[in-house]
Design a protein around this ligand. Structure first.
Ligand code: NAP
Length: 254
């Protein structure tokens, strides 16, 4: 078993620990948020350390799931040692500031959807590449490694896209429920539709343009729905919103 120290035991930490069940990793977690830590101890056998520093002292691999706003400051208050490696999941914490905060440990950045990783179905990003963190993340879903900052930053916007896609699916499920479908049927119909179409993107060899053309009967209902959405900029608004997230996560880019 490889031991991983976890700083910040909130939603994400719980998802990742849950997804890693059955993998060759065990976890020692920070004590704050003690109720959740106790639940994770009872459910998954994680150990609860006496302090953040005790997490760092007892592990070579440290997974940082702290709030993005204060996380780097919290890391700056801890003492790391040579040979340790630190993976940050914090949205917008750049590699340079992370490495400065955890030196002489080596820093790596990641992003993932979160809940999907609990089902080992969420993609993770890893920058820069690292075999040890790649091995760990591969238990939680597919891993995309990056050796340059800009493409990693661009890809990391998917953390927000992933969360927002839940809102989109809820909006659609609510529409079906409001029009008489049982909520469970509505939820399944939306999820199965998105999953099926995701399989098309993963498995079909045709270019995306051809896929879109193939599913859009001229004068048909898809065309009607899309033209109503376009008239309200509902598709283009996604691009504007993602530009905003990129600007927030990577202010140096704008
Ligand atoms: N949620 C996701 O699905 C997701 C996905 C990808 C990335 N992320 C990233 O993961 C990070 C955590 O997000 P989250 O959604 O898990 O947030 P969260 O549920 O608020 O968890 C953060 C945890 O850190 C704890 N914390 C705060 N200050 C601390 C300190 N000084 N020492 C130790 N623990 C401390 C908080 O405790 P208190 O509650 O007591 O303040 C809380 O339990 C964020 O940086 C976010 O960008 C999240």
């Amino acid at each position: 078993m490889t031991k991983i120290g976890v700083l910040g035991v909130g939603s994400l930490a719980e998802y990742l620990i849950r997804g890693a069940q059955g993998s060759p990793y065990d976890f020692i977690v920070s004590p704050r948020g003690v109720e959740r830590a106790k639940t994770l101890a009872a459910r998954y056998g994680v150990k609860i350390a006496a302090s953040n520093q005790a997490v760092v002292d007892q592990t070579d691999m440290v997974l940082v799931c702290l709030p993005a706003a204060e996380g780097l400051e919290i890391l700056r208050g801890l003492v790391f040692r040579q040979g340790q490696s630190v993976l940050s999941t914090m949205a917008g914490a750049g590699l340079g500031p992370l490495q400065a905060a955890c030196a002489p440990a080596v820093g790596f950045c990641s992003m993932m959807p979160g809940f999907a990783n609990a089902f080992q179905a969420g993609p993770s990003l890893l920058f820069p590449p690292d075999p040890a963190w790649q091995r760990f993340l591969s238990h939680l879903g597919p891993v995309h490694e990056f050796d340059a900052q800009e493409p990693f930053e661009t890809a990391a916007v998917f953390g927000a896209m992933s969360g927002a896609s839940m809102f989109l699916m809820r909006q659609l499920a609510d529409w079906y429920s409001a029009h008489g479908l049982p909520p469970k049927t509505a939820q399944r119909l939306v999820a199965e539709t998105f999953r099926g179409n995701a399989e098309v993107l993963l498995q079909a060899s045709e270019p995306l343009e051809d896929i879109v053309r193939g599913v859009t009967t001229p004068g048909g209902i898809t065309e009607a729905l899309v033209s109503t959405l376009r008239a309200q900029n509902a598709l283009g608004a996604w691009e504007d919103a993602m530009d905003k997230v990129l600007a927030r996560m990577s202010p140096d880019r704008v």
